[in-house]
Design a binder for this molecule. Sequence first.
Ligand SMILES: Cc1cc2nc3c(=O)[nH]c(=O)nc-3n(C[C@H](O)[C@H](O)[C@H](O)COP(=O)(O)OP(=O)(O)OC[C@H]3O[C@@H](n4cnc5c(N)ncnc54)[C@H](O)[C@@H]3O)c2cc1C
Length: 223
Amino acid sequence: MAEVVRRRKEVLPAKVLSNREITPGVFALEVEKKSEFIPGQVVAAAMNPNDDLRLYSIASGRNQSALRILFDVNPEGQLTPPMSKLQAGDTLYVSAPFGRFTKTPEGAWWIATGTGIAPFISMAESGEFENRTLLHGARFLNQFYFSDLFKEKMGPDYLRFCTAESSEEVVSGRLTTFIMESDNILPERKYYLCGNANMVVEVSDLLLSRGVPFEHIIAEIYF
Ligand SMILES: Cc1cc2nc3c(=O)[nH]c(=O)nc-3n(C[C@H](O)[C@H](O)[C@H](O)COP(=O)(O)OP(=O)(O)OC[C@H]3O[C@@H](n4cnc5c(N)ncnc54)[C@H](O)[C@@H]3O)c2cc1C
C-alpha cells in the first residue's frame, strides 16, 4: 500500500495526451508538461484534486513537450486502475516535479527492476547516459521497457537480467547474482538503485558487503 504523501503537494489539472499499454498491465501515460524538471525527479498524481496522492518518476526527456510516466496497474489499488483507463483529452491532477534522485555522475551504475527503469529513461532521453552502466532486472522479456532506447544509447553498457525467460540478448538469472559474482564492484563508484524495496535492500546489502560506502548508494524505493 502506498503511503499518502505527508506534506501534501499542490496538484493542478494536466491534460492527458496519450495512454498506451506497452505490455499487459503496464502503461506509458503522457500528459501536458507544465514545468521544467531534472531527470530523475518525480511528480505526485491523483484522479481528483483531493484524493490521496501517489508518486511517479518522470519517464521522459527534459526537452520533450510531454511529461511521461510509466506505471503498472495494481488491480486492488486506488489510482492505477482508473489511471489506466485515461484517454487523450481526459484530466490527471499532477504536482510540480520534485526529488533528489538526480544528476548521476559519469561512471555511475544504474540498477533497476520493473518500472524502476523510469528515471533512467528520463536520463537517457535527456542525454545523460555517457559512461553509465545500466543493469535492469525483470521476470519476463516483455518487461524490459524502452529497451530500444537503451540499446541505442548505451550499447554494451545496457545489461538485462531475466529470471523466467531466456534470449540471446539477456543474461539468464538475477541481477543480484551478477553483482555478487562481479569482480568490478568499485567502492569509489556511485550506484543508483530504483525499484521495489526488496531489490533495493538486497542490492544495498551486497554493495555494502563488497566495500561500497553507504553514501555511494543512492536509492529511490517504490513503496
Ligand atoms: C518515490 C516513488 C516513485 C514511484 N514511482 C513509480 C513509477 O514511476 N511507476 C510506478 O508504477 N510506481 C511508482 N511508485 C509507486 C506508486 O506511487 C504507487 O504506490 C503505485 O502505483 C500503486 O498505486 P495505487 O493507488 O494503484 O495502489 P494503492 O492504493 O496504493 O494500493 C497498493 C496495494 O495496497 C493495498 N492496499 C490499499 N489500501 C490498503 C489498506 N488500507 N490496507 C491494506 N492494503 C491496502 C491494495 O490492495 C494494493 O494491493 C513510486 C513510489 C514512490 C515512493
